[in-house]
Design a binder for this molecule. Structure first.
Ligand SMILES: Cc1ncc(COP(=O)(O)O)c(C=O)c1O
Length: 328
């Protein structure tokens, strides 16, 4: 069935949404740290922080975008709730409520005057004895740091797409670690795959599960399109079910793009018309090549359509998605 796309003739809006992005990742002056706004360079982490040794921290990444009515945080509440749920999975009692963390995120963004940025809330088991039971004796500390962030996977990734490989590292299964948690220790797996991609001259990598189905990219969910249908996997494929993924599924439902959520394989990707990544940092990034297989990118693709719809929503140009945005 041929689908009629709504009027769309730019990727995205001939770059008006991406051209004003900052180039660097400058750190902001203030952070929120255990209940107060402080100068960022005052924060120090003890060299015996349990998190540093054993990866026992949980975190989030939240985008700040400029809109006509000032800066906004995207899906703030969902990110804060996921942070607290990740903490719970690790037996970490965060001494702040969702409301307090939500207010803290708004306050630290306001104090820094951030427009194009990225918030990093992080809760961790702090210093204590050498012990693999940090919940017994280590205090839980939390901070929310802020930095500038433009496009994540490179200047022209949003427009022209990225070249990726299948990593030789497999994704750990949800019976090994709670994969729905965003926990620091889990990212050793992503770092290995990302380094491998770098060493082989690719922009990023996809990790397969032990059974050969696709899990995700190093820090993004994977979608593909075939004959006008949109496909992605879910948490049974050991993914972090992304908040951006949820935004795309919501937009797809609105625009009546048929969605299939199922486990899929490398072969499904190789036979796809299009592949794209979603993530808070990566937004909606098209994949132009997977280990030599080339996909459609650019105008008139589903990926470009969703990229534009997403960027319009998060920059306040789509009133129907105002509920995703928290004004600063
Ligand atoms: C492994 C992994 N998968 C998926 C995502 C995308 O999640 P979200 O869209 O909530 O940023 C992320 C990013 O946080 C991630 O680290």
């Amino acid at each position: 069935m041929a689908l009629e796309w709504p009027n769309f003739d730019g990727v995205p809006e001939d770059d008006s949404l991406t051209s004003s992005r900052p180039r660097g990742q400058k750190l902001a002056r203030f952070l929120w740290w255990d209940g107060e706004i402080r100068e960022s360079d005052e924060l120090s982490v003890h060299y015996y922080a349990n998190a540093l040794h054993y990866g026992t921290a949980v975190f989030e990444g939240i985008r700040v975008y400029p809109t006509r009515r000032g800066a906004v945080l995207v899906r703030l509440r969902e990110h804060i709730e996921r942070l607290l749920s990740s903490a719970r999975l690790y037996g970490m009692k965060v001494p702040f409520s969702a409301d307090e963390l939500t207010r803290a995120a708004i306050e630290v963004t306001r104090r820094n005057g951030t427009q194009n940025g990225y918030l990093r809330p992080l809760a961790y088991f702090a210093e204590g004895p050498i012990d693999l039971r940090p919940k017994k004796e280590c205090q839980v500390r939390a901070f929310i740091a802020v930095r500038e962030l433009g496009t994540f996977l490179g200047e022209d990734a949003l427009r022209n797409g990225v070249r990726i490989m299948i990593s030789s590292w497999r994704k750990f299964h949800h019976t090994m670690l709670p994969t729905m948690a965003k926990a620091s220790g889990h990212y050793a797996n992503s770092v290995l795959a990302a380094h491998e991609a770098l060493d082989h001259g690719f922009d990023d990598a996809i990790l397969l599960n032990q059974d050969g189905t696709v899990a995700s990219a190093t820090g993004q969910n994977v979608f593909f399109a075939k004959a006008g249908m949109l496909f992605t996997n879910d948490e049974t494929s050991s993914i972090v079910p992304g908040i951006t993924r949820d935004c795309i599924l919501d937009l797809a439902r609105e625009h009546q793009v048929p969605i299939t959520i199922r486990a899929f394989t490398r072969e499904d990707l190789m036979r796809a018309d299009e592949v794209f990544f979603t993530g808070t940092a990566a937004e909606v990034t098209p994949v132009r090549e997977l280990d030599g297989t080339v996909f459609k990118t650019g105008k008139k693709t589903l990926g470009a359509f969703f990229q534009r719809a997403y960027l319009r929503a998060v920059t306040g140009k789509d009133e129907s998605r105002a509920a995703w945005l928290t004004r600063i």
